[in-house]
Design a protein around this ligand. Structure first.
Ligand SMILES: [Zn+2]
Length: 425
């Protein structure tokens, strides 16, 4: 066993933050050999129960659950910060030409390595990420993630139409490749596979149907895609699939909505869409920096809470503008406040943080596994230095409550706040 002494942030079952100013985190192996949280709480109340366990003392630091990123594109690491006139031109001019390079294994491995380093620098310990349409891109990322012992989920992108040469795949072969990758990687160590239609307009009826059949055959595999990001895209999807009630319903009509299905954006929804998310156990990956950057719109938090479907936060790099969960949480606050196109509300600091940790894990079907520092959770966590910059030090020192402390870090924080990221500690 090992132990750390510092301030400690975790969440209770209702999503409320629990904070120990002088806390102790004790980790050790469980029956299956995974490194998990054995005990957590106030240092003085706990320490006598663990005599002889070495304690790393980190005064002035905060231990917190590692962040989960519910939607990101590792092959778009080098597309971040590309200017474009909205989503569809951005795909055409930057993203597709770049993704075409991932047919080459050494190139894919180089980007995968940088990508995983960047996640770690930003305190992200689990990501649900797109690869490209090339199986080599999946193999490169899984190989690198496995070496690092990460809990990471990815999948080969399906896009057999409305896609240029170099990224467009073949319907039948794409489904054969997907099943082979599931068998090769899903459940190996901490890795998980996600069936990954790029978005409905990029997939033929046959490809979506085949993806849905795989989703039924492998019920503990994930599903990831995009939906209702942009009004042009919504109109296009409606034209291509006139038999479906809505853009979202296209996925349901092909067996692609269920537990462990995660759809990025989910902006232009009506209440029937929201109810379909709720009733199928499907989750939304809210991607506010991307939505602001591409001018797509604002996720309707009030609508999501009213109808009651699952959601969590995501960077959506390279449409998103930052790997930092702090930037994403601040953008989520901004999107929540927007009150001209939907009801505006103020998301609490605890709720924002929960959406990127324990809440994101629940949305992903990994509640109780990652995203929290309660006993039994896998010991992926971060060390935060709230005095990492002069302004952070000055502002956090004046915080009068936990909410003030968390919000100061959300507004002022970035990768400098993350002193260390610990996987299976
Ligand atoms: Zn995306």
């Amino acid at each position: 066993m090992k132990a750390w002494r510092a301030s400690l942030l975790r969440f209770d079952d209702d999503g409320r933050a629990v904070f120990d100013t002088d806390g102790l985190l004790v980790t050790g192996p469980d029956a299956a050999g995974r490194r998990v949280v054995i005990a957590v709480g106030d240092h003085d109340a706990l320490v006598a129960r663990f005599p002889g366990v070495p304690v790393t003392h980190l005064p002035g630091r905060i231990l917190a659950p590692g962040f989960l990123d519910l939607h990101i594109h590792y092959p778009q690491t080098d597309v971040i910060g590309s200017p474009a006139e909205g989503l569809l031109p951005w795909l055409e001019h930057y993203t597709f030409p770049h993704e075409a390079r991932f047919s080459e294994a050494t190139y894919a491995t180089d980007v995968a390595t940088f990508f995983l380093d960047e996640l770690a620098r930003n305190g992200v310990t689990t990501a649900l990420t797109f690869a490209t349409s090339h199986p080599t891109s999946v193999n490169a990322l899984f190989t690198e993630a496995r070496q690092r012992g990460l809990r990471l989920i990815t999948g080969k992108v399906l896009q057999d139409r409305h896609s240029p040469d170099g990224v467009r795949d073949q319907t039948e072969q794409s489904l054969i490749d997907t099943e082979a990758l599931i068998k090769q990687w899903h459940g190996v160590d901490r890795l998980g596979y996600a069936i990954t239609p790029r978005f409905a307009p990029s997939c033929s009826e046959a490809q979506l149907t085949g993806a849905g059949e795989l989703a039924a055959r492998y019920p503990d595999v994930w599903i990831q895609s995009h939906v209702s990001e942009n009004l042009d895209e919504v109109r296009w999807a409606r034209e291509l699939f006139p038999a479906s009630r809505s853009y979202l319903a296209v996925y349901d009509d092909h067996g692609l909505m269920r537990e462990r299905a995660v759809y990025a954006h989910c902006i232009h929804f009506d209440d029937d869409d929201r109810a379909l998310m709720r009733d199928t156990g499907t989750a939304a990956a809210v991607s506010p920096t991307s939505n602001l950057f591409l001018g797509s719109g604002f996720f309707d938090y009030a609508g999501a809470e009213r109808v009651g479907f699952r959601f969590g936060l995501a960077s959506d790099v390279g449409g998103g503008t930052s790997f930092s969960p702090f930037h994403t949480m601040l953008a989520a606050y901004t999107a929540g406040r927007e009150g001209q196109t939907k009801a505006g509300l103020s998301l609490s600091p605890q709720h924002l943080w929960w959406q990127h940790t324990a809440g994101a894990a629940q949305a992903l079907g990994l509640g109780g596994v990652v995203g929290n520092l309660q006993p039994g959770h896998e010991a992926d966590f971060i060390v935060l230095n709230p005095a990492a910059t002069p302004l952070l030090a000055r502002r956090t020192a004046q915080a009068q409550s936990l909410d003030e402390l968390l919000f100061a870090m959300i507004v002022l924080g970035d990768d400098r706040l993350v002193e260390k990221t610990i996987i299976s500690g």
